[in-house]
Design a protein around this ligand. Sequence first.
Ligand SMILES: [Zn+2]
Length: 75
Amino acid sequence: MFYQPRLLHRIYAWTRGRFWIPCPICKRGFGEHEWNDGHELWLTERDSVAVCPHCGDRAAEMNSESGLPGDAPFV
Ligand SMILES: [Zn+2]
């Protein structure tokens, strides 16, 4: 499954120069190669942070609750 083994994913990310960050929701580390497009949590109208694949649905819920990123036209 997704969370096993974390260490190999971490090495994979590190050796390829990909990001490795803690998920802002579940706090578990995940790599850029595991990140899915659109899996992000919006903090303000301009800033979002990537969440792990496991938390993509939860992030979408939180975004709809917060109303972010809203209609602000940042292109
Ligand atoms: Zn997560």
